[in-house]
Design a protein around this ligand. Structure first.
Ligand code: EPU
Length: 434
């Protein structure tokens, strides 16, 4: 298992480029199931979750072709010969977004068998809303041996009102409804940019979707979809992570190749902490030379402050003067990073869905462990300002969603390197017999 070794203390200075959004790329790849023609996706990030989704599609019989050299962020998917509409447990357990194939499979093939994901490090994360929605579109769904089996002759348009806002649920049902007979109206939808990006791709494939990016989406089902070429939007969470990294280290960083409109709440919050931000076109300049001041935060659905940036913000709050109250409203168990930051010297008290961070506390290097993707990012940020050399274990979590983060951070001045398993220098001496 790889680890990062990080020596803190360097401000981040220069320009860093943001990759394509993992959470937009995953549904876009699933959308390729809806047609027998090739779908060409540009700006696909080279991260572990994308490799998992490629493996999933290939295991079902899809042809997946990766671009070469300068085109290595291009993936072409052709689901003409897809023969096994099944997502096995081994893949779904490592990546919950695998459930995004459920809607497209049942819409195009009339059947799907997808492993139930089970709980994960950040909460219970049920998929009941995906299931209820598909039932509204006429699918018959059974659960047996840990699998969901869905079948339908042809899905029929219907009216779906989500009890709770769900990002992948909105995406899954939008894909299913694209091939259903008649009109579907989905209410209380997620408004995340990833939903709008998926709708843009589906419309290029011949779908008739209106309202993506608002809470009501209307879909006129069509008989067939065709191939398309689409460029994935920049990753707003990677953008936010670099913004916070620059603010935390007192750097002067240009975060390039991003969409500032997608990170409004994050930019506003770091500005509230005293950081100077200049956003224009497709970049954000962060000037973190002021002392940081505490600001409270509540996670919300888009356009609110994203839950996927909460852990990184907590690292920032340890270096802000005063108390910051951080409330996590989306997931019930998303404070695993707090204990690890405390091991580095932070003063954080977690009470249910709230964490109270008191700063400024100097952080000191420690050996810490990643528990999930965004928690890992928070530990990397903490280590960037800790005194001494930290060792971050289990970085496979960060590799799921950040493309070569250590190379990007090193290019703007961070002292960070990746190492493999550390072996003892010599075999331990045998214990003396007593
Ligand atoms: N929920 C239900 N039932 C459902 C679906 C969701 O109760 O059927 C609940 C969840 O348990 C949660 C809330 O609704 O409490 C919101 O969950 P949502 O469905 O929106 O999350 P998701 O679609 O599974 C996506 C991202 C997550 C991100 C969340 C929230 C992808 C592939 N994943 O997950 O990203 O945190 O939306 O914005 O898009 C990450 O990238 O690190 C990550 C976890």
């Amino acid at each position: 298992m790889d680890k990062f070794v990080i020596r803190g203390g360097n401000p981040l200075v220069g320009t860093v480029r943001v990759s394509g959004a993992k959470n937009a790329a995953l549904p876009a790849m699933a959308a390729a199931i809806l047609t027998e023609e090739p779908v060409i996706l540009e700006n696909i990030p080279d991260v572990r979750d994308i490799q998992t989704e490629r493996n999933l599609l290939v295991s079902m019989g899809a042809e997946v072709e990766l671009g070469y050299g300068r085109a290595h962020h291009r993936t072409t998917i052709c689901c003409k010969n897809l023969v096994r509409p099944e997502a096995p447990y081994d893949l779904v357990k490592t990546m919950r977004a695998s459930t995004l194939v459920l809607g497209p499979l049942v819409a195009r093939f009339g059947r799907a068998r997808v492993s139930l994901p089970g709980g994960c490090a950040i909460g219970a994360r049920p998929i009941d809303l995906h299931i209820k929605g598909l039932e509204k579109l006429g699918a018959t769904i059974t659960q047996e041996h840990g699998f969901i089996e869905a079948s339908a002759d042809r899905l029929k348009g219907g009216q779906i009102v989500f009890d709770k806002i769900t990002v992948t649920g909105t995406e899954d049902l939008m894909m299913a409804a694209a091939l259903a007979e008649g009109e579907t109206l989905i209410e209380n939808c997620a408004r995340e940019p990833e939903v709008s990006d998926l709708a843009a791709l589906l419309n290029k494939m011949g779908a008739r979707i209106e309202g993506a990016g608002t809470s009501t989406i209307r879909i006129q089902g069509v008989e067939k979809l065709h191939g398309a070429r689409h460029r994935i939007i920049p990753d707003r969470i990677e953008t936010g992570t670099f913004v916070v990294a620059a603010a935390l280290t007192g750097g002067d960083l240009i975060v390039a190749n991003c969409d500032p409109r997608h990170v409004g709440a994050v930019l506003q919050k770091v500005q509230e902490c005293g950081v100077k931000i200049r956003a224009n076109g497709d970049s954000v300049r962060v000037m973190g030379d002021n002392p940081l001041t505490a600001a409270d935060l509540s996670t919300e659905e888009f356009p609110g402050f994203p839950t996927d940036m909460q852990a990184q913000y907590m690292a920032l709050a340890t270096q802000a003067e005063g108390a910051s109250i951080i409330t996590e409203n989306i997931f019930e168990n998303r404070f695993m990073h707090a204990q690890e930051l405390v091991r580095m010297g932070a003063n954080i008290k977690v009470e249910g869905r709230r964490a109270i961070v008191r700063g400024t506390t100097p952080l000191s290097a420690a050996a810490v462990q990643c528990s999930d993707l965004r928690a890992s990012a928070s530990l990397v940020l903490g280590a960037l300002v800790a005194d001494g050399e930290s060792i971050i274990d289990r970085v496979y979590h960060i590799d799921r969603g950040y493309e070569r983060i250590e190379e990007k951070l090193r290019s703007v001045g961070a002292q960070i390197r990746r190492i493999g398993e550390m072996l003892p220098k010599r075999a331990p001496a045998p214990l003396a017999a007593v």
